[in-house]
Structures are given as structure tokens and as C-alpha cells.
Design a protein around this ligand. Structure first.
Ligand code: NDP
Ligand code: X2W
Length: 305
């Protein structure tokens, strides 16, 4: 018995990368719609209801519509969009942080920036090293594929566009899931940026350790993050401290999530840093990982580590 999978939005940036990882798998049967029918609601309704698991790689409004098209109790959903990440009845799809994806009917894939932020911050809030009411900031740089087809076309059309700083309304769609799933009392101040590189991401959370309640030590911070991800194949916590972290303009895809804790000599300041591929653990890799867990397959099948 194979598991039938329909990717709604299969020719978008995220959908294509998921499809590439699933093609050829003997344990899955892919349901596909041709170009003429891929946006046809009736055809999508049939495909969604025929699937054991539907993966939504759509803009938020189309993802909400897709869920409404499902009228049977068995089709399970992995939604890559940000439509359901703090919605009731949905499981947040970050298994390394203890979210129970295996038996879930509705799974919301974490956002790319929140993946790095939550990996760094959630274990520290849980360990009591960051108070829930502490005012956090998060600075991040993404590859331009993070903006989907529209941003890819814009960057590749405009050779003068070297770097993009944005999110100045302080209402980025990823802030609610960062706050909720880290267990914070206040939304973090989020400064997202885009580099002229196709894929890749660096997410950074500065911590003034010496000014925080209890003055947590760098060792305690690193130790809590290590404990949280012990035995996780996708997440690596590094003890080495490279002088720099780079995003290559033509980096190869990866589903890894790498975490670092940089501190000064006095141990009273830290920069927590996560590096990932926005299209890997930030989107497609996480979706495939969740699919594997939901389908009862080896969680690492098809992942690039
Ligand atoms: N890119 C990334 O790094 C990440 C993306 N995501 C999320 O994943 C989702 C997809 O993003 P991404 O792949 O980047 O976006 P893209 O714009 O690259 O792809 C979206 C796809 O959805 C299709 N589509 C739009 N409306 C409909 C509809 N009503 N019915 C069927 N198909 C439709 C589009 O069609 P057409 O080709 O005709 O435009 C396109 O192929 C988004 O919600 C995004 O926020 C999440 C994490 C990271
Ligand atoms: C570089 C860039 O534009 N990134 C997107 C977020 C990536 C994405 O599509 O996010 P979801 O995880 O929410 O689906 C943005 O800032 O809107």
C-alpha cells in the first residue's frame, strides 16, 4: 500500500523542490494535475480529496481555499503557507521542538525565518534562561528565493538590486508564530533582509547576557540548546566559533539547520545564530520531513544533509 500525495502548487518554488524530492519513491504515489487544470478548483477538489496527504505550496488565500475544498475526514494536510501557523486545530510542524506531527490531521509547516529563531530561542525559554517577558530582537538575511516566484523574477530582472532591507511596518507575517511557539509574552522586533543569493539564510538573536535576569552563562545557553537537539540528525549545534558565516550566491540545496552561540570574552554578550536553506529546512525539506513522519517512513528519507 502506497501513500497518495497531492502537491497543490506543485510548480511554484517550494512545490517544485518537494516534488523533486518525492519523485521515484516507491512508498508514495504522486497525484498530479497538468498545466491546464492545476488552478481549476474542481480538479483541485478531486485531487485533494483523493490524497492521503495533501501538501499546500500556495499563497495564504489559496491555502485557505484548498483546506475548504477538502470534504472528507481522511485527507491529511501539510500547509507550507503561513495561513495556519497559529490557528486552532493545527499542529505546528517542528518535530525537533516536540510538536506531535505523527498522528496529526492538519500540520502547518514553520516559516523559514521562524525555523531559525525558534530553534535558538524556544529551548532557552523552556529552560528558564530567557524570561518569557524578555524583549527579544531578531535580525535575519534570506536568499531571494524566500520571496517565491515574484521576488525571484524581480531580483533576476534588476541587476542593480544588491541587498534588500524590509519589514518596516513591524508587522511581518512570521512574528505571531515566533512569539507563540517560543512562548514569549511580547512579539520580537524582527528585521528581515534579502541578499542577492538564490537560497540560504542567517538568523541572528542578540542577547545581552550580563543585563538579563540571572545573568545566564554562555555555557548554560549552549548547553540548553545542545540538550534540546541531542540526537537530531537535521539540527547541529556547533561548539566551534567560525570567524564568519557566508551565504554562497549559488549554494547547493541542504536540509540542515546549524546553530551557533558566539560570546565575548567577558561572557556578558551573546549572538545566537542559525544558518539554514530557506527552501530546505525552511520550507521543502521540513515538508518532506513532516510527510515522512506522518506516513510512517524514515524521517530522513529524501532529505539532503
Ligand atoms: N520560498 C520560500 O523560501 C518559502 C515559501 N513558503 C511558503 O510556501 C508557499 C509557496 O511559496 P513559494 O513556492 O515560494 O511561492 P511561488 O509563488 O513560487 O509558488 C506558488 C505557486 O502557487 C500557485 N498558485 C497560486 N494560486 C493558486 C491557486 N488558486 N490554485 C493553484 N495554484 C495556485 C502559483 O501559480 P503560478 O505559477 O501560476 O503563479 C505558484 O505556482 C507560500 O505560502 C510561501 O509563503 C514557506 C517557507 C519558505
Ligand atoms: C525573502 C522573503 O521575501 N521572504 C518571505 C518569507 C518567506 C515565506 O515565503 O514565508 P513563509 O514561510 O511565511 O511562507 C517574506 O518575508 O515575506
Amino acid at each position: 500500500m502506497t501513500v497518495s500525495v497531492f502537491i497543490d502548487g506543485a510548480v511554484g518554488t517550494t512545490g517544485l523542490e518537494i516534488r523533486d524530492r518525492l519523485v521515484g519513491r516507491a512508498d508514495l504515489t504522486l497525484i498530479t494535475l497538468d498545466e491546464a487544470r492545476r488552478k481549476d478548483s474542481a480538479a483541485r477538489r478531486d485531487a485533494l480529496n483523493d490524497a492521503d496527504i495533501a501538501i499546500l505550496c500556495l499563497p495564504d488565500d489559496a491555502a485557505v481555499e484548498a483546506v475548504a475544498l477538502i470534504d472528507n475526514p481522511h485527507t491529511r494536510v501539510i500547509d507550507a503557507s503561513s495561513a495556519h501557523r497559529v490557528a486552532d486545530g493545527w499542529t505546528y510542524g517542528f518535530p525537533e521542538l516536540g510538536h506531535d506531527v505523527a498522528g496529526a490531521l492538519r500540520v502547518s509547516n514553520p516559516g523559514c525565518y521562524p525555523t531559525g529563531f525558534l530553534a535558538l530561542v524556544a529551548p532557552l525559554v523552556r529552560a528558564g534562561l530567557i524570561p518569557a517577558a524578555w524583549p527579544l530582537t531578531v535580525n535575519a538575511v534570506s536568499g531571494y528565493s524566500g520571496g517565491g516566484k515574484a521576488l525571484i523574477e524581480r531580483v533576476e530582472r534588476d541587476a542593480t538590486l544588491g541587498f534588500r532591507d524590509y519589514g518596516f511596518s513591524l508587522a511581518h507575517k512570521h512574528v505571531p508564530e515566533m512569539q507563540r511557539h517560543a512562548g514569549l509574552a511580547h512579539p520580537p522586533v524582527f528585521a528581515p533582509m534579502v541578499a542577492r543569493a538564490f537560497r540560504g539564510m542567517i538568523v541572528e538573536v542578540p542577547l545581552p547576557l550580563g543585563a538579563m535576569p540571572g545573568k545566564p552563562s554562555p555555557q548554560a545557553i549552549l548547553g540548553a540548546i545542545e540538550v534540546a537537539f541531542a540526537g537530531c540528525a537535521v539540527v547541529s549545534v556547533h561548539r566551534d566559533r567560525p570567524d564568519e558565516l557566508l551565504i554562497a550566491v549559488d549554494a547547493a540545496p541542504t536540509d540542515r539547520l546549524d546553530l551557533y552561540v558566539f560570546t565575548n570574552e567577558a561572557g556578558d554578550q551573546a549572538r545566537l545564530v542559525a544558518t539554514l536553506d530557506n527552501l530546505g529546512k525552511g520550507a521543502s525539506g521540513a515538508a518532506v520531513q513532516n510527510l515522512n513522519i506522518m506516513a510512517g517512513a524514515d524521517p530522513l528519507t529524501g532529505l539532503v544533509l
